[in-house]
Design a protein around this ligand. Structure first.
Ligand code: HMG
Ligand code: MG
Length: 298
């Protein structure tokens, strides 16, 4: 198969990035970041999550963020939800898309959402029914597709099985998360090929963390398998609070530059994207300095 002519970037920095910062930024900063991402041409933006604030306090004001965002007529503001309670909150807040997040590894499922994979799929079935009834598009994630911080290697067949279940629930798209950046190009390709055989490459998004600097190589290795959706986070923000060693997502700036180099269109203005990156890095530096002053360590 040849390379795609266009790749849709799903910007996950406002959620996957900011959820993992030791300091929470203000609602105004979250909104300011998303406005700048929109201005750069990003249309699929994951703006937050409706999860337990005891588990991820950084996302607590996601409803307030959604209330203050400008319209996004060319795309969708998506949020993560772990259960029906999160879905109801997302619906009430006017989220344009909800994402459910399962794992290919039992230990990570337990660490991240406090239940087994089977239990999570039962919860997600209830979310999927509610989303369908409300006409809200549903995205799915499979985490730890190329390695788990607790269990090590993960078999492509295990990933394909969970991805198939998510599609069966009604997910339009399944994002394959290399949560701890354990992948290599050959292994990424083998995993994506197995999932593509099960659900079709057009439903797959690549979600790479850049722990070992291989995210771009892993993405490149999968692009001629028919995949044309890539998740990325501006300024390489990110990680996962329940996966030690998970560093940032692959930077949107790097993905867009690499795709430009391959002649693949993304519709993103790189100069404006860089402005969004500088904006959030400055805001995080100020928030960290403020937290250090408050703690008496600066
Ligand atoms: P639990 O403690 O088992 O939940 O957590 P529970 O049902 O027993 O409820 C405990 C309390 O949480 C109750 O409140 C509930 O009301 C509340 P209390 O009675 O104690 O006051 N609660 C909620 N509050 C707000 N929103 C909700 C909600 N649900 C329950 N939706 C739970 C289970 C799933 C809630 C918890 O484990 C959780 O929130 N986990 C989310 C963790 C998370 O967000 N992780 C990061 C995202 S995943 C990721 O980053 C990977 C990804 O990027 C892909 C990749 O890189 O691979 C997607
Ligand atoms: Mg992630």
């Amino acid at each position: 198969m040849t390379l795609p002519r266009h790749v849709r970037i799903v910007e996950v920095g406002p959620r996957d990035g900011l959820q993992n910062e030791p300091v929470a930024v203000s609602t105004a900063v979250r909104v300011g970041l998303i406005e700048r991402l929109l201005a750069a041409g990003l249309t699929s933006i994951e703006v937050g999550s409706f999860v337990s604030p005891a588990w991820v306090p950084q996302m607590v004001d996601t409803a307030a963020v959604l209330a203050r965002l400008p319209p996004n007529p060319r795309g969708r503001y998506a949020v993560l939800v772990p259960n029906l309670k999160g879905f109801r909150a997302a619906q009430e807040a006017g989220a344009g898309e909800v994402a459910i997040f399962a794992s290919a590894s039992e230990a990570f499922s337990r660490a991240n959402i406090n239940c087994s994979i089977a239990e999570s799929l039962e919860r997600f079935a209830a979310v999927a029914d509610a989303a369908r009834a409300a006409g809200i598009p549903l995205r799915g994630y499979v985490s730890c597709v190329l390695g788990c911080p607790y269990e090590g290697d993960v078999a492509p067949g295990a990933v394909a099985a969970v991805a198939s279940r998510l599609v069966g629930l009604g997910c339009d798209e399944v994002s394959l998360g290399d949560t701890i950046g354990a992948g290599t190009p050959d292994r990424a390709r083998a995993c994506v090929a197995a999932v593509a055989a099960a659900i079709g490459p057009e439903r797959i998004a690549l979600h790479c963390h850049d722990t070992r600097g291989l995210a771009l190589a892993n993405i490149r290795a999968c692009l001629d398998l028919g995949v044309s959706v890539v998740d990325a986070a501006v300024a390489g923000l990110g990680g996962c609070p329940y996966a030690q060693g998970a560093t940032g997502n692959v930077a949107t700036e790097a993905v867009v530059a690499a795709l430009d180099g391959l002649g693949i269109a993304t519709g993103i203005d790189r100069a404006r994207l860089a402005e969004a990156g500088v904006f959030i890095q400055d805001a995080l530096a100020r928030a960290r300095a403020e937290a250090a002053r408050a703690a008496g360590t600066a």
